[in-house]
Design a protein around this ligand. Structure first.
Ligand SMILES: C[S@@+](CC[C@H](N)C(=O)[O-])C[C@H]1O[C@@H](n2cnc3c(N)ncnc32)[C@H](O)[C@@H]1O
Length: 303
């Protein structure tokens, strides 16, 4: 694999975004094995590697893996398409509130269709025993995708009261339209920095995904304030920390921070560990799960 990485890296340096490189490998469907085991076929030796290894490598090298095609009885063609890193919404320049608005590239992202996101989010909702939580607040709700999952999971959605807050006017407008038949779902266009002025009361469950680490918010102070003022003592919390980037249609694993050309997770771990310690101090049981999004789930031990 070491040799393959350097070969493919060198080939990718010579091509433009959207161009494709191809190579022939052993068809992994024909064997059940761990990566690296050698199979001799008609006098020729092949190293077994499963699809996951090829898909992972594609992402790590800034590519999308295309559907493999059969080349011979024992081999397939793997194709990597080089991603266009300039198409990331992270680089799109709009005003602060509309960075994640209806006209942004972010609006093309459907996180609920990403198995690595929705699987862990649903698991977190089950962990907090969703149906026992009546008042639910979502901070940084955008157009409300995270409420869709709640609607699909809740035994009886009309028993719940959902409140979503975001300072992006176009996203909130879209959310209001999307959930207009639910009188128990309310959205506010409002800055999370000034939550107190909304007088929204306390909640049984507070969800915030990909929001509290925003550069306009002070993570530690905000988290403590939310726990003290908006969370009921026997409430629960689900925090989602992005450990990925969205590039050219792909959810690419690994948090990115300024001044690093590679994925660096120090900031992510710092905020997750702070949240965990703080919530534990406040008598919450905390679990941390996930992959491309890290989910911190806190449930009160008072309950
Ligand atoms: C990365 S998006 C995440 C949206 C959604 N939770 C998701 O994961 O798809 C961050 C959201 O937080 C909102 N946001 C950022 N800072 C905010 C603030 N100070 N007040 C209210 N909303 C804010 C943005 O408008 C955006 O919709």
């Amino acid at each position: 694999m070491t040799h393959i990485i350097s070969q493919i890296t060198a080939s990718l340096e010579k091509i433009q975004a959207q161009e494709i490189i191809e190579f022939e490998v052993l068809n992994p469907d024909l064997h059940s094995s761990y990566n690296g085991n050698i199979f001799a076929i008609r006098g020729k030796e092949y190293v077994y590697r499963g699809f996951k290894s090829w898909v992972d490598l594609a992402q790590l090298l800034g590519c999308k893996m295309l559907t493999p095609t059969k080349l011979t009885e024992h081999t397939i063609c793997i194709s990597y398409k080089k991603l266009n890193h300039d198409s990331s919404f992270h680089k799109s320049i709009t005003d602060k509130e509309e960075k994640y608005g209806q006209n942004s590239i972010f609006n093309e992202i459907h996180k609920n269709e990403e198995s690595a996101f929705i699987y862990y989010y649903l698991q977190a909702l089950k962990n907090v025993k969703l149906d026992t939580r009546v008042r639910i607040l979502n901070l940084g709700v955008n157009s409300g995708d995270e409420f869709e999952a709640i609607i699909s999971l809740a035994q009886n959605i009309s028993n719940l009261e959902l409140v979503g807050i975001d300072y992006c006017p176009s996203a909130i407008k879209a959310a209001q339209k999307q959930f207009k038949e639910y009188p128990n779902i309310t959205f506010y266009t409002h800055d999370i920095n000034h939550l107190d002025s909304l007088n929204i009361g306390e909640f049984d469950l507070i969800i915030s995904i990909g929001t509290l680490q925003s550069s306009n918010l002070e993570f530690n102070a905000l988290l403590m304030s939310i726990v003290q003022k908006q969370l009921k003592q026997d409430g629960a919390m689900i925090l989602g920390f992005p450990n990925c980037r969205w590039i050219d249609g792909e959810m690419v694993y690994g948090a990115r921070v300024k001044n690093y050309a590679f994925s660096e997770m120090g900031l992510l771990y710092k905020d997750v560990v702070f949240s965990k310690k703080y919530l534990q101090q406040k008598k919450y049981r905390v679990t941390i799960t996930g992959k491309d999004y890290i989910f911190l789930t806190a449930t009160s031990i008072r309950k």
